[in-house]
Design a protein around this ligand. Structure first.
Ligand code: ATP
Length: 360
């Protein structure tokens, strides 16, 4: 028997003024699972969330919570009856209510039961001491914790979060993100989180749904999405990408870094070999002789350092390659910071290359 997803959306679509902004989007989230809807600004993430919350009506498709149809086929359950919690960046606390009153606000329980739930949740988010304070007496991070407790108080089956941490500074954000996840997982809530930051998605998600132009272009665990991107744009969404252009001949692509397999690709097709900056290796010039690479590293090619930046734990080095002036970027350990003008040899981790048909 397969378990029922907490949240299931099937083929939902939405147009504004004839423009499709959400186009046939389907996904499901299991209890205690975090799915991140990740994509660039304007790709339709927030519109998808708003349709699930019930503040926007889809043109097509169905939405189920715990197997119950809440939207679609003529049914449209009002937002407050969907068992869905919301946490948005600008979802402010009520300023005139205390922390306890804020958290109790949506609860339909008698006073004692409500107080018990409020104390339980404020304890879970580490805010028990501040139960009688008012929002203006709290820091941004503390307000965020109270907002989480308030959203969780009515025991929603699904929690929708739209860039909820973007108002916080980096360190605090990491802490609150992790604490929030722990609480949500312990409550068994299914979480759908919208973000345009790949780092945030990888840190939080069990599954990432990568969205572009209103469609989900790839779904999978962060490791898989990062290491087996579906196309060049998907690869480039997570880091800088170096591109080495080649042309296929006899199922092989010749490049300055040696030959790459391109099985099933017709002769004469241009392909892009894409590699992340951390998968380039550099070596000294040795009076023009260069390194002796392993088979995994293929053929080395020479380039001249254009720029080098010290970034703390690593250095970012930009090369102009001798073979055709292409610029390649390498991320290397920061013990090494070469000077501009230095000739160096570059090898690429062949097992870390992605081969795609060339972008126009
Ligand atoms: N009510 C509306 N009327 C008209 N167009 C809208 C409306 N809501 C959203 N759009 C348009 O739909 C597209 C998708 O918007 P949406 O807010 O879903 O994107 P997003 O991926 O969440 O972007 P961001 O990360 O910037 O919030 C945008 O081009 C936006 O201008």
């Amino acid at each position: 028997m397969t378990a029922t997803p907490r949240l299931e959306i099937s083929h939902i679509a939405k147009s504004f003024g004839g423009q499709k902004v959400v186009d046939d989007v389907s996904l499901s989230v299991m209890p205690g699972q975090v799915t991140c809807l990740l994509g660039p600004s304007g790709c339709g993430k927030s519109t998808t969330l708003r349709m699930i919350a019930g503040v926007e009506s889809p043109d097509a498709g169905q939405i189920h919570v715990d197997g119950q149809l809440i939207c679609g086929d003529g049914r449209d359950v009002p937002p407050e009856s969907r068992s869905i919690g919301l946490m948005f960046q600008d979802f402010a606390l009520f300023p005139h209510l205390s922390v306890a009153q804020n958290v109790a606000f949506g609860l339909k329980l008698d006073r004692r039961a409500a107080r018990a739930r409020v104390e339980e949740l404020l304890g879970k988010v580490g805010m028990g001491r501040h139960i009688d304070r008012f929002p203006h007496e709290l820091s941004g991070g503390e307000q965020q914790r109270v907002a989480l407790a308030r959203a969780l108080a009515p025991r929603p089956k699904v929690m929708l979060m739209d860039e909820p941490f973007s108002g916080l500074d980096d360190r605090l954000r990491d802490d609150i993100r992790d604490e929030t996840l722990d609480v949500l997982k312990a409550e068994g809530t299914a979480v759908l989180l919208v973000t345009h930051e790949p780092g945030e998605a990888m840190r939080m998600a069990d599954e990432i749904a990568l969205m572009r132009d209103g469609r989900i272009v790839q779904r999978g665990a962060p490791y898989n999405i990062y290491n087996t991107p579906v196309d060049r744009k998907a690869a480039a969404f997570f880091s800088d990408i170096n591109v080495i252009r080649g042309e296929v001949r006899g199922a092989l692509t010749d490049t300055p870094f040696g030959q790459f397999l391109a099985p099933g690709v017709p002769d004469g097709t241009a392909v892009d070999i894409c590699i992340r900056p951390q998968h380039l290796k550099i070596d000294f010039d040795r009076a023009g002789r260069g390194p002796n690479p392993t088979p995994m590293e293929g053929t080395p090619a020479r380039g001249v350092v254009q720029r080098a930046r010290f970034m703390g734990s690593e250095s970012l080095v930009e090369f102009r390659m001798d073979y055709d002036g292409t610029i390649l970027r390498a991320q290397i350990p920061s013990v090494f910071l070469p000077k501009p003008g230095t000739p160096l040899w570059i090898m690429i981790r062949r097992d870390r290359c992605f081969v795609f048909p060339a972008a126009a």
